[in-house]
Design a protein around this ligand. Sequence first.
Ligand code: MEV
Length: 323
Amino acid sequence: MNRITVSAPGKLMLLGEHAVVDNHPCLVTAVDQRMRVTVEILDILEFQLEAMDVNVTGYRKPLRELGVGDIPKGAKFVEIAIKNINEKYPIKTGLKITTTSEFSSQFGFGSSSASTVCVVKALSQLLKLKLTNKEIFDISYKTVLDIQGKGSGFDVGAAVYGGTLYFVTGGKMIEPLKIRSLSLIVGYSGVKADTVTLMNNVKVTFANKQDRLTKIYNDIEDLVNQAKVVLVKGDLKTFGELMNKNQKYLQELGVSIDKLDNMIKGALAAGAYGAKLSGAGGGDCMIAISPENKEKEVERRIKQAGGEIIDVATNAEGVRIES
Ligand code: MEV
């Protein structure tokens, strides 16, 4: 075999963002919009990358220079993932990687983590490394930390395992939840958010209020634990109420923005059980859960507030080999 294509799902955070970076649990669901990565073996000892979605074309360098020099932003995750594999399992052939995405890298669906996971899975298969899902998670999470310096790895977990997960920082716990399908309404704010900047903003805002931050994170953990139980039971009304409580804490953390708040207000006014931002905040997407007969009106009100509805199914399959 000298060519393989692998895909992995994007993700949406259901509850627990920010707190999860600080050793608390969160709930995350994988979405059916996927990242696709093709890896081909080359005769020359080069790393080549085509990643049109993130404006990288014709990128190439000798394998021995992996991770060295200025790496374009769009190439970082793939290149460092290969470097990390190479350090553990020396690679003796050149590689051409092509990535394509079913979703915009602007949505905050975790395209970087999903492509990292695809690369690790593809190389495990091509080089016959027989990596387990946990080993794929660990190499991919290390890659994210090497580049971003921080992050919980929940997006990596969703890309590897798929489904809906109760996830604790760094994969200390990755528990797949048995839920029936979860119908989420997703509204994109049109504003691009930078996760690391938002995490740093929270740190700065609460530099002198550490006790309050600890209390908020403990309270969010309680919400996540309650939400896990009601989600498995299929009690979406209570789940929605817990989302609303979580959103209040996210506002207090200072990571919501007017645009998201207005989209959320619109969704609730239209009869949604609950609505909140999803992810780091500062932009990206909000999510809402609604009685079925009110979904259309919820969508209309989100659009009225300037949001774009993104059509996704939740609980999607984790990383898989396509061909
Ligand atoms: C970002 O989508 C969610 C955060 O909790 C960061 C992380 O968990 O890595 C803010």
